[in-house]
Design a protein around this ligand. Structure first.
Ligand SMILES: *Cc1c(COP(=O)(O)O)cnc(C)c1O
Length: 383
């Protein structure tokens, strides 16, 4: 455990985000909570418990390791959907537990059928269609034979869903590409239905697509970043604001990351701070040392850049971020003591460090920054 810092997760913030999403999508659309990447760094077991308390009963993960954590935490109360990898070794567990999964190539489909036969239990599959992302999914020319297999093996398979994923709906620059994907997906759906076989649901939208292209919501939306209180990109946020009279952000950050000062030091003018010579004190300075570094997920690219909050003030990181420590400038804020609270992400008095500001400084996506936060930092659910 990295007990030098703590991550607090706000239940009320999550409740508000989910209420906003439900209101936006309406009752008929299933809201699947995407919790891959350790629930975007929030902590998988803790986050799914919180989301389940908000009424979420559908979770999307990347792989079986994550599916197992969700299953251990919430048992059979919820639907789990694996959007990425199910290895051969994991197929038996997945089918036994009734976990749903994307199928995007023939080997996986055949393995699912074989396993279902042995277990005498149907495999619940979502057939993924290649529409232009060029990553995973069946091509149009494979579809005829896939349909034939689905029909022939209907004793072994439940055709839960038809699905696809968009290649960058958060950016207007990709408008034509996404628009073409939406059309291709609809064609594939029509083609499947014309062959007298119908998936229970069809789905395609992530956060950005659900907001920028409402027609992509279909029967289910796979929402990651927005439930954590963040927009997929500034463009999606601006696009949303343009449709509203009130210019208030409806999303609330769920995560707060805090630590404490471990040491305070005075440095004379002309001295370098930390390793090497990336920071030279040009005047007499007071420095606070914080027991957080890149091993905890605080990127080294925030050296001489990052901001943290101490006593309600923004303080700049000086020198390089080390493996387990970093130093910040507290020269101009009075009355700071060892053990005082330090906010890395979150709010203190009326000042805040948003994830967006942080990622702008280090040129990381908000997604990337969050998922880097170490799994071993304790998580605490707060009101
Ligand atoms: C990650 C992911 C999502 C969710 O994306 P957000 O932008 O976080 O909403 C949806 N679908 C798939 C296939 C994904 O991999």
């Amino acid at each position: 455990m990295h007990t030098n810092s703590i991550i607090e997760l706000s239940q009320s913030a999550l409740e508000k985000n989910i209420a906003f999403l439900r209101k936006t999508f309406g009752k008929k659309v299933i809201l699947s909570s995407v919790v891959k990447g350790n629930a975007y760094g929030h902590g998988l077991a803790e986050f799914v418990t919180m989301a389940n308390d908000c009424g979420i009963t559908h979770f999307s993960v990347f792989d079986v390791e994550e599916a197992k954590i969700v299953h251990t935490t919430l048992q059979d109360k919820v639907t789990i959907m694996v959007m990425g990898l199910v290895s051969d070794e994991d197929m038996e567990w997945v089918v036994t537990k009734g976990v749903e999964f994307f199928v995007f190539e023939k080997n996986r489909l055949n393995k699912a059928i074989k396993t279902a036969k042995i277990l005498r239990k149907k495999a619940k599959i979502h057939v993924e269609i290649e529409t232009g992302m060029n990553r995973t999914g069946f091509d149009k020319k494979e579809l005829t034979s896939v349909i034939a297999i689905l029909k022939k093996e209907s004793e072994q398979l439940t055709f839960k869903g038809l699905c696809t994923h968009y290649a960058g709906a958060e950016s207007i620059a990709n408008y034509y590409r996404i628009d073409r994907q939406i059309k291709k997906f609809e064609e594939a759906y029509q083609y499947v239905c014309a062959n007298n076989i119908k998936p229970e649901i069809k789905h395609s939208a992530c956060s950005a697509a659900s907001m920028m292209f409402p027609q992509t919501r279909m029967d289910l939306v796979r929402i990651g970043i927005m439930q954590y209180g963040l927009w997929p990109s500034p463009e999606v946020f601006v696009n949303y604001l343009n449709t509203k009279k009130s210019k208030i952000d409806p999303l609330n950050r769920v995560i707060t990351w805090k630590s404490k000062i471990m040491n305070i030091k005075t440095v004379n003018a002309g001295e370098f701070i930390g390793y090497g010579n990336s920071f030279l004190a040009e005047k007499k300075m007071t420095i606070a040392v914080i027991p957080i570094g890149y091993s905890h997920g605080y990127s080294r690219s925030l050296s001489n850049q990052g901001r943290v909050l101490i006593n309600g003030h923004r303080c700049v990181v000086v020198g390089s971020v080390n493996m387990n420590m970093m130093t910040v400038d507290i020269t101009d804020i009075g009355n700071v003591k060892k053990e005082d609270e330090v906010i890395l992400i979150g709010k203190q008095d009326e000042v805040s460090v948003s994830i967006a500001s942080f990622s702008d400084l280090s040129n990381q996506l908000n997604y990337e920054l969050l998922t880097r936060i170490s799994k071993t930092i304790p998580r605490k659910i707060i009101e």
